[in-house]
Design a protein around this ligand. Structure first.
Ligand code: 4AD
Ligand code: MG
Length: 443
C-alpha cells in the first residue's frame, strides 16, 4: 500500500521518486484525448498531476477525464521533481478514484475567473455562496492566519497566568450603550445578547484577579461598514490592582506578540496576500505611542476634519487620523460624556475618563477599547444616575464595589479587526467564515 501524504509533504521534496497516495479536490482540469492535466488541492497546498492514457487502465482514465472541478479524488502516483511545476513537484498518476463526483448538471458555481475579478471586494454572489467560497485559496489563507491569531492570544494570556473565564451570552443590561443591543424574547421577559464579557469578568475579578476570554459579542450595528459585524469575536481581559497604564501595556504587548507570531508562522500566507512583511515586523518591534484625545481632536481639526470636542471618534475620523501612522497609537483620556458609565473619571480632571483606544495604522482605526473601572460604590452610583441608566440590572455589578472593591481595569480587542488589519484585508467580512451584518444571516 502506498502511503497517503499531504500535498505540503509531497512538495517538501522528501518523497521524490516514490509512489504515493494523495487525497484532495480537483482545482483545475484540462484534457486532450490521451492526457489529463489536473491541479489537486488539499488544506496544505496544491500540486500539478498528469495522467496518461497509455499508463493507465482505460476505464479509470476515462472517469478521471470526465471529472469536474471540485470533485474529490484519491490518486496514486509517482512523485517527480520538476522546476516548472508550481511548488517544484509533479505527480504522474497511475490510478485514480473519484470519491465525491460533481454532477455536470450542477457544476461548481465559483469559477476561477470570477474569483480573480472580485479578489478582495466580495460580491453578493460570493457571499450567497460563502459555504463554497470557503475552499478558495484566499479564504483558506485568511482562515489559517485567523487560527494563528486565536492561538497567539491564548498563548499570551496563559503564559502570564491569566485564567480563561466565561460569561453568559444572554444578559439583562447593556455594557456599551442601548443603541446596539439585540433584544431576544426570553420566556415572557426581555433579554439581550451580550455586547461584552466585561461586567461579568469584573464580578470574578476579586476571585481570580487576572482573567481573559475569547468569545462572541453581539452588536445591532445597522450600518454596514468595512469594520463592523453584528457578531464578532471579542478577546477581553480584566486585572485586579491595575490601572489604565498597566492595562495599556498588556494591550500593546498582546498586539505585538500577535504580529510576531504571524510573522513566524504565517509569512508565506501573508506574502501570498501581498502583505509587506516589513510592516508586520515593525508592528511587532516598535513601541506604540500614546496621545490624548484632545491632541487627536486638534490634529483632526488641523487637517480640516469637522469634529467637536466631546464626540467619540467614528470610523471616518479614525481613518483620516491613522492613515499616516507608522505603528498603532493609543488614544487616552476621552471626555466622560463620550464613554459608558463604567469608565473611571480622571481624579486630576473629572471631565475626562482614564481610558484608551488602540488605533491601528493604514486607516484601519480602533482595534482595542479599554481602561480603568469606576471601583467605589459611591462613584459608580453617581455615574449610573448621571447617565440616566436604571440601577436594577446592575445591582450585581454595584455589589462588586460594596464588598472589597479594588482598583481594576481591562480591555476588549476585536479579533476580526486585528485579523483584517494584519492581513491587509479590504473588508472585515474577509476574515470570518460566515459574516453577519444587518442584511445577512445566511448561509
Ligand atoms: O470599544 P468596545 O465597545 O469596548 C468594550 O466592549 C469594552 N466593554 C471592552 C472591555 O473593556 N472589556 O469594544 C471593544 C473592541 C473594539 O475596540 C473593536 O475592536 C471591537 O471590540 N468591536 C467590534 N468588532 C467588530 N464589529 C463590531 N461591531 C465591533 N464593535 C466593537
Ligand atoms: Mg470602543
Amino acid at each position: 500500500m502506498a502511503k497517503t501524504l499531504w500535498i505540503s509533504d509531497i512538495q517538501s521534496g522528501s518523497f521524490t521518486g516514490e509512489v504515493i497516495e494523495l487525497q484532495g479536490w480537483i482545482k483545475r482540469h484540462r484534457s486532450s484525448g490521451k492526457i489529463i492535466f489536473m491541479t489537486i488541492r488539499d488544506s496544505t497546498g496544491e500540486i500539478q498531476c498528469v495522467a496518461k492514457k497509455a499508463d493507465m487502465n482505460e476505464e479509470n482514465f476515462d472517469s478521471l477525464k470526465n471529472a469536474l472541478i471540485e470533485s474529490s479524488v484519491k490518486l496514486t502516483g509517482l512523485v517527480k521533481s520538476d522546476d516548472r511545476a508550481p511548488g517544484g513537484h509533479e505527480l504522474t498518476i497511475s490510478a485514480g478514484l473519484i470519491i465525491g463526483a460533481v454532477n455536470a448538471q450542477n457544476p461548481f458555481p465559483i469559477t476561477e475567473s470570477a474569483m480573480e475579478q472580485t479578489e478582495g471586494g466580495e460580491t453578493e454572489f460570493l457571499l450567497d455562496n460563502r459555504h463554497l467560497y470557503l475552499r478558495t485559496s484566499r479564504m483558506t489563507t485568511m482562515l489559517k492566519i485567523r487560527s494563528t491569531i486565536f492561538g497567539s492570544i491564548h498563548e499570551y494570556f496563559r503564559k502570564r497566568d491569566f485564567i480563561e473565564y466565561q460569561a453568559p451570552s444572554f444578559v439583562a443590561g447593556a455594557v456599551e450603550g442601548g443603541s446596539t443591543l439585540f433584544e431576544v424574547p426570553y420566556f415572557g421577559r426581555k433579554a439581550y445578547l451580550t455586547q461584552s464579557w466585561q461586567l461579568y469578568a469584573e464580578a470574578a475579578m476579586p476571585a481570580l484577579e487576572r482573567l481573559y476570554t475569547i468569545a462572541p459579542s453581539f452588536r445591532a450595528e445597522k450600518s454596514r461598514t468595512r469594520r463592523h459585524l453584528t457578531e464578532f469575536w471579542h478577546a477581553e481581559m480584566e486585572i485586579a490592582w491595575g490601572g489604565n497604564e498597566e492595562v495599556m501595556e498588556h494591550g500593546e504587548a498582546l498586539v505585538r506578540s500577535i504580529a510576531k507570531t504571524i510573522l513566524n508562522e504565517r509569512s508565506d500566507e501573508l506574502e501570498s496576500l501581498g502583505r509587506d512583511l516589513n510592516l508586520i515586523s515593525r508592528y511587532a518591534d516598535s513601541p506604540y505611542p500614546r496621545m490624548r484625545y484632545d491632541e487627536a481632536v486638534e490634529t483632526l481639526q488641523g487637517m480640516g476634519v469637522e469634529i467637536e470636542w466631546g464626540q467619540d471618534l467614528d470610523y471616518s475620523k479614525e481613518k483620516v487620523l491613522t492613515k499616516d501612522f507608522d505603528v498603532p497609537h493609543f488614544l487616552t483620556h476621552y471626555p466622560k460624556i463620550a464613554k459608558p458609565f463604567y469608565h473611571r473619571p480622571d481624579p486630576d480632571d473629572e471631565k475626562y475618563v482614564l481610558c484608551h483606544d488602540l488605533l491601528a495604522p493604514e486607516g484601519y482605526g480602533e482595534i482595542i477599547g479599554g481602561g480603568e473601572r469606576t471601583w467605589s460604590e459611591k462613584e459608580i452610583l453617581e455615574r449610573i444616575d448621571e447617565e440616566g441608566t436604571p440601577r436594577e440590572p446592575y445591582e450585581f455589578y454595584i455589589d462588586i464595589r460594596r464588598y472589597g472593591g479594588v482598583p481594576h481595569g481591562g480591555f476588549g480587542m476585536g479579533v476580526e479587526r486585528v485579523c483584517s488589519w494584519l492581513s491587509g484585508a479590504d473588508h472585515i467580512r474577509e476574515v470570518i467564515p460566515f459574516p453577519r451584518d444587518s442584511r445577512r444571516v445566511t448561509p
